[in-house]
Design a protein around this ligand. Sequence first.
Ligand code: SAM
Length: 205
Amino acid sequence: MAKFSKSLERWNDRFSVEHYLFGKEPNHYLVEQQKYLIGGRALAIADGEGRNSIWLAQQGLQVDTFDFSPVAIKKAQQLAQNKKVKVHFNCNDWQSFTWSENTYDYVVGIFFQFADPEDRKELFAKMNLTLKPGGLMIIQGYGEKQIQYNTGGPGVLENLYTEELLQNAFANYEILDSQTYEKEIVEGDGHAGMSSLVGFVGRKR
Ligand SMILES: C[S@@+](CC[C@H](N)C(=O)[O-])C[C@H]1O[C@@H](n2cnc3c(N)ncnc32)[C@H](O)[C@@H]1O
């Protein structure tokens, strides 16, 4: 955990507000994939205050999550309780999380661009490992133009996505959706305003 301590402190500070930094509603791109959510187990990675995992559980999935911020997880647990849904929250950084092989029908990663290219390679490999063959990988992140918009995200060009980057990372996948677009989003005050976005949905072969 030592490697992350500065960043963990920063995230805990950001989440130490009464309101939900990224709102209580699920990410719009995830909601657009509702047709694919037909049951089974999902892992929501770096899930923050729980808006996405809770929505996935409301779709009838059995959901596990992890995030390294205990402050965010406490808020997520409260939201799940208010909405009367069950989600299994884990407080882990991505490196200490137990990624079991071929376990999930869905791996969902929404805005987890804290990983630089080297870490990202390892993180994507773990996401791939834990997804069952036939399972879906659903990813939403900021595109490279987000550097100009500055309305959310890591503010580091090398951490941003292109469609090509995601398609190469999951080259053995059947692509169900791949798009780069610009959209005005309001996801709490953490992500607000015109944004450059990349979405990817792929089925592991
Ligand atoms: C931009 S927020 C997105 C949260 C959530 N996915 C959402 O869309 O609302 C990024 C999340 O990554 C988490 N995070 C950052 N570094 C992490 C790490 N090394 N391991 C696990 N989680 C991390 C933060 O605590 C934060 O909740």
